[in-house]
Design a binder for this molecule. Structure first.
Ligand SMILES: Nc1ncnc2c1ncn2[C@@H]1O[C@H](COP(=O)(O)OP(=O)(O)OP(=O)(O)O)[C@@H](O)[C@H]1O
Length: 787
């Protein structure tokens, strides 16, 4: 039908179409000019987005050969949008998300999340404003689904009742089995859904879901997407979701196609398919990938081509987007090049005309300040302590190990270490009594060899007297007829020492004692016991040596006594009186006991803590908890509190076993002994934190723990006195955590010293300093050791 202009002239359909096309061209030109005109971005504009990433650079590996993951990437996620983050496996999606949630740092560039910097005040990130579902399941296998929800619910400040109500809804939505079932007994897909439920639980403002639909059937996948669409409708919730099923992101408002560390496109899925005349998003991705590859070769010409062909979508309300001059320098879009369109200017399906919320509190907000210096939150501690307690006490095997090991070690130590070796084989060749049969060397035991008639002594078979006393100390005396045979047997390892008595031993000894000034060399030589020792084992050699000398002393004392002489008359003129401290009979168990007790408690705490922390970290639970707003300090202290209970139990058992059942010497204050043992365990616990922060795997943690255990055993004065070491090693030793405490404990136990003695309190001071050092190091490592 013809149309008419106001002068009555006829206008053809072609004319109208030409006019419309001209108008569209004009509009396009205007918009393109506006879009490509340099525009300025303000911090305020970035703060208004749910997430805004600018010029993000992230690389792994060494400086000379870096693996560049993010290469100047820009990303804009408006509030209330579902943002599908797509890209090939290994392109850096998880890395980008962990930077957004504040678990990794960019090498350069900036990130704004919910109006603040991740980790900075005002952002609420990490914290309950964010819901994070990491790629790994990141749940406690020992917990039921309900308990898992209670843990995450409590962290985000929900009450148990609120959690219970939400659990029912989520079980229904995600088609989960009975919420009382333990997570470890669920299938892989069910576990992922529980993980998703944990992220959805507290209805956060920003949901970050790393592949939530893996292992989920298409029907359920659709209902998850429907739920995401539902919760974002009001504009209060924003979702960033990564997935390998590209086509499921059709329901997203925007998708970011990531490749080569940048976005190939950041656009609504429909718009992308329309623009690139593709039937599926996969085709779009393919086309853009090809174009990106070409662009690397001849970037400028392709860009010109693209800019010409690309239709610039409408902007609902440019003023609301806060686009200002200069923004062009940080736009996201095709090829990540700075001359393409700003995502802010695109037709994003999310309702960008929603009223702009008030900006979050600034960095110098006094409330934020108080929050920052407040080290621990009550509901966080409640959740963590509850979680740690149940993780430990649910695991029966682990519990038996941590209680059984110190106990069995103590029993084994008391039974096996430090006791005097008796029954060592000692070869005897007694030329004084050549034909000893069955080890019987008869002599007049209680008759003094004094002869009244001559007023002289007639000492005979004193060797038998001596061997009698020696056999009370070492019962395994083996008699040989000749020295040659005895030595040959000793060389074959049949005896630890060989004692040879000359033929006229007693007589020569008598002459030597009677008139030493006129004793001939022959007399002196034949009055001596010839001793040949196997010195391989110094402890054995030292003890046999002692027995040989003490037996002689006892035999001479006996002789003097039966002859009515002063007891000490015939022995060497050195008397060892009752020891000032310790026992008369040396007891290595008492010497080594303090070091062994402290080592058991210390290293068990190291193993337990580092094991628990590493398991938590490697399963992703630690990261998830940190993203939920839990701080490193809270995690450490919650572990300290729960493990302290275990340690009190362990310490009591070890001390009772050692001092009550095995009668180790304890002369000092029991209370301080217990306190020192406990703080030593605490020290081990904090060292365990450091180990778990430094090491990435259980294997390296084991190496580090073992690598520190062995030197400590050597250098802390546990098996050998520190004074016997090289001067440099003595200094090293004093700087180790177990040296001073071992000395302190030993002094309390055996010397009975009180806390006021410097040797004793220096053990407490040294251990406390180490606790402080380790704790500070772990808090700093947790805070700053990010990717
Ligand atoms: N801690 C790390 N140290 C060194 N390289 C890392 C580290 N974490 C990730 N990478 C590397 O960075 C690249 C990107 O990894 P990322 O996990 O971010 O990829 P992705 O896109 O999430 O992969 P997928 O889709 O398979 O989960 C990979 O090549 C990976 O090997």
């Amino acid at each position: 039908m013809p149309a008419y202009d106001n002068e009555g002239a006829t206008i053809s359909v072609e004319d109208i179409r030409d006019a419309q096309l001209a108008k569209i061209d004009e509009d396009l030109a205007t918009r393109r000019n506006r879009m490509l005109k340099p525009q300025k971005s303000t911090i305020a504009s970035r703060k208004r987005q749910a997430v805004c990433v600018r010029r993000a650079h992230k690389k792994y590996g060494p400086k000379n050969n870096p693996n560049v993951i993010l290469d100047g990437l820009n990303m804009t996620v408006p509030k209330g949008a579902i943002y599908g983050l797509l890209g090939a496996s290994g392109c850096g999606k998880t890395t980008l998300l962990s930077c957004i949630v504040g678990r990794r740092r960019l090498n350069s560039g900036e990130i704004w999340v919910l109006g603040g910097r991740p980790g900075g005040p005002g952002s609420g990130v990490p914290g309950p404003r964010i819901g994070y579902m990491p790629q790994e399941v990141a749940l406690f296998g020992e917990f039921s689904m309900r308990e898992t929800m209670i843990y995450f619910g409590w962290i985000s400040g929900m009450s148990t009742k609120e959690v219970e109500e939400k659990v029912d809804f989520l079980v229904d939505l995600l088609q989960l089995p009975n919420p009382g079932k333990q997570v470890k007994n669920l299938s892989g897909g069910q576990q992922r859904r529980v993980s998703l439920a944990a992220a959805l639980l507290h209805e956060p403002e920003l949901l970050i879901l790393d592949e939530p639909t893996v292992g989920v059937d298409p029907v359920l996948r659709q209902s998850i997407w429907d739920h995401l669409v539902e919760i974002t409708k009001g504009g209060k919730t924003t979702v960033i979701i990564t997935t390998h099923y590209i086509d499921e992101t059709k329901q997203a408002n925007i998708i970011g196609l990531m490749r080569g560390g940048r976005f190939l496109a950041e656009e609504s899925p429909m718009e992308l398919m329309r623009r690139y005349q593709a039937d599926s998003l996969e085709d779009v991705f393919l086309k853009l990938s090809v174009m990106q590859n070409m662009g690397k070769r001849r970037r400028s010409s392709i860009l010109a081509d693209i800019v010409e062909k690309v239709e610039i979508p409408a902007i609902p309300d440019p003023t609301a987007l806060d686009i200002e001059d200069g923004d062009i320098g940080e736009i996201s879009g095709e090829f990540g090049d700075n001359v393409s369109m700003s995502s802010k200017g695109r037709s994003v399906v999310a309702d960008l005309t929603l009223p702009v919320e008030a900006l979050p509190p600034d960095d110098d907000d006094p409330k934020g300040y108080i929050e920052r210096i407040k080290p621990m939150k009550l509901h966080h501690m409640k959740a963590l302590i509850w979680k740690n307690f149940w993780s430990l006490f649910r695991n029966f095997g682990l519990l038996s190990f941590i209680i059984g090991l110190p106990l069995s070690q103590m029993v084994l130590f008391c039974l096996a270490i430090g006791h005097y070796p008796v029954g060592l084989p000692v070869g005897v060749v007694n030329h004084e009594v050549p034909n000893i049969t069955h080890g019987v060397c008869s002599y007049n035991k209680d008759i003094c060899p004094y002869i009244d008639e001559t007023s002289e002594w007639n000492l005979t078979r004193f060797s038998c007297n001596y061997l009698d006393f020696l056999s009370r100390r070492q019962s395994n005396l083996i008699y040989y007829p000749t020295k040659e045979i005895a030595m040959a047997e000793a060389v074959r390892g049949k005896s630890r020492a060989v004692l040879v008595f000359p033929a006229n031993f007693s007589q020569s000894l008598q002459e030597r004692m009677k008139d030493p000034r006129h004793a001939s060399n022959y007399t002196v030589d034949s009055s001596e016991i010839e001793v040949h020792m196997d010195d391989t084992d110094k402890q054995v050699e030292w003890m046999l040596n002692r027995d040989i000398q003490l037996s002689l002393m006892e035999a001479t004392e006996h002789l003097a006594t039966i002859c009515g002489l002063p007891k000490k008359l015939l022995s060497i003129p050195v008397t060892f009186h009752e020891p000032i401290f310790g026992l008369e009979v040396p007891n290595f168990t008492d010497f080594a006991g303090p070091g062994v007790i402290l080592t058991i408690i210390f290293f068990l705490a190291v193993a337990l803590t580092s094991g628990a922390m590493l398991a938590e970290r490697n399963e992703g639970i630690l990261e998830r908890s940190l993203v939920s707003g839990i701080t490193g300090t809270e995690i450490l202290f919650s572990h300290v509190l729960v493990q302290m209970i275990v340690m009190i139990f362990q310490t009591s058992m070890v001390l009772i076993m050692g001092f009550v059942f095995f009668d180790l010497t304890i002369k000092g204050p029991v209370g301080w002994v217990t306190v020192l043992t406990l703080i030593n365990g605490l020290c081990g616990m904090t060292f365990g934190f450091v180990v778990s922060c430094i090491c990435d795997t259980e294997r390296t943690a084991t190496y580090l723990a073992l690598g520190s255990f062995l030197p400590m055993i050597m250098l802390c004065g546990i098996i050998w006195p520190v004074e016997g070491m090289h001067t440099i090693l003595q200094w090293v030793s004093y700087f180790l955590p177990l040296t001073k405490s071992t000395e302190s404990l030993r002094s309390m136990l055996q010397r009975g010293w009180s806390i006021s003695v410097p040797t004793v309190y220096s053990g407490f001071v040294s251990t406390s300093i180490w606790i402080f050092v380790y704790l500070t190091a772990s808090i700093l490592l947790i805070k700053f050791k990010k990717g």
